[in-house]
Design a protein around this ligand. Sequence first.
Ligand code: 5GP
Length: 117
Amino acid sequence: MAEETIFSKIIRQEIPADILYQDDLVTAFRDINPQAPTHILIVPNKLIPTVNDVTPEDEPTVGRMFTVASKIARDEGIAEDGYRLMVNCGRHGGQDVYHLHMHLFGGRQLGRMLASK
Ligand code: 5GP
């Protein structure tokens, strides 16, 4: 059984977060340390630690993460100019919180894709 992270407490609304969207499958909230004018995290309500743990039965949840990302991008007014979706996986991917999450970055011209080689 994977260990819960702070994101489970945010999903259950046990600790404060700026939640923009929640349904039966996913929750979206603003990142506490934004790296762009818009920086939102879209997370499955179910604890899936990393992309490596995604199973075929999670496909509806993973699909919902994308439809919610595009809805939020429209709501934030950044859909037309564009934005970046990013999912870090594991140590080399730079994942800090082991509860699957999609970053939505936008609101400015984003830099090159990878910070270092
Ligand atoms: P990772 O590096 O795992 O891909 O991204 C984790 C993200 O979670 C980071 O951007 C970090 O700022 C964000 N984060 C960590 N703890 C909290 C928290 O308690 N609340 C919110 N809203 N974001 C958090």
